[in-house]
Design a protein around this ligand. Structure first.
Ligand code: NAD
Length: 260
């Protein structure tokens, strides 16, 4: 990653998956820029950025296109261009990450799709212009896009659309040698995950039933991110890569696992 410049969007604190990826990119020699969402998170992100000698390129709320333009303009000013982009952003109303999907409101459906799916396309549009010598874009998804998961509801629908976006973006940007991939991470206790109903049960279930009999860490997601963001993965695009201790291959409860 030495000599590569990357914008990492979605660091909220030191438990964020985006932070795991930023740390790994820095450790491998990349120059990083970070965004934050709103003043309360600025206070958390600035000291983290200092740890990585990273630029802080401003506030970005993906529902406000002017703030997206502003952080890309600042990224261009500070880094001079981009070689990679990390999008680790998702949101849905907490009270709809519980109960039944069928009760989803139109308002929250639109909001969830805009923030958790369309925003990747919105940032890809801006990043394309800065990736003048090819590049790599990465987003974060979850197995709830592929299979029903309790309480994941509209977020599962948004992640399915996000995974389809990865394929369409990869086809559009491939001729410019810009690769587009997703990591489908296993459950990790983060701020966003704490909004999902019964999240502790989901964590425990994964630990007991995944082939590796454990959950995953932000550092493990970060390390896999290096394969997709660096030249090691230079022939890989349009891919959804699972980093979930193998949970996605499981078809049935582990008979040796205790009842929860
Ligand atoms: P997190 O809370 O640390 O990060 C979520 C980020 O989204 C925050 O930085 C927040 O500021 C940002 N965000 C939300 N709404 C935004 C908006 N309108 N504009 C700009 N930014 C906004 O949680 P995380 O778990 O690290 O989430 C990162 C990504 O990983 C998400 O896409 C999430 O769905 C995905 N993911 C998480 C898990 C998990 O179990 N934690 C598993 C698989 C995938």
């Amino acid at each position: 990653m030495s000599g590569k410049r990357g914008l990492v969007m979605g660091v909220a604190n030191n438990r964020s998956i985006a932070w795991g990826i930023a740390k790994a990119a820095h450790a491998h020699g990349a120059k990083i820029a970070l965004t934050y969402q709103g003043e309360p998170l600025r206070k958390r992100v600035e000291p983290l950025a200092a740890e990585l000698d990273a630029a802080v390129v401003g506030h970005c709320d993906v529902t406000d296109p002017a703030t997206i333009d502003a952080v890309f303009a600042e990224t261009e000013r500070q880094l001079g261009g981009l070689d990679f982009l990390v999008h680790a952003i998702a949101f849905s109303d907490k009270n709809e990450l519980d109960g039944r999907y069928v009760d989803t409101t139109a308002d929250n459906f639109s909001k969830t799709m805009l923030i958790s799916c369309y925003s990747f396309t919105a940032v890809a549009q801006r990043a394309e212009k800065l990736m003048t010598d090819g590049g790599s874009m990465l987003t974060l998804t979850y197995y709830g896009a592929e299979k029903w998961m309790p309480h994941y509801n509209v977020m599962g629908v948004a992640k399915a659309a996000l995974e389809a976006s990865v394929r369409y973006l990869a086809a559009d940007l491939g001729p410019k040698n810009i690769r587009v991939n997703a990591i489908s991470a296993g459950p990790i206790k983060t701020l966003a995950a704490s909004g999902i109903g019964d999240f502790r049960y989901i964590l425990k279930w994964n630990e007991l039933n995944a082939p590796l009999r454990r959950t995953v860490t932000i550092d493990e997601v970060g390390n896999t991110g290096m394969y997709l963001l660096s030249d090691l993965g230079r022939a890989v695009t349009g891919e959804v890569h699972h980093v979930d201790a193998g949970y996605h291959i499981v078809g049935m409860k582990n008979p040796d696992a205790p009842d929860l």
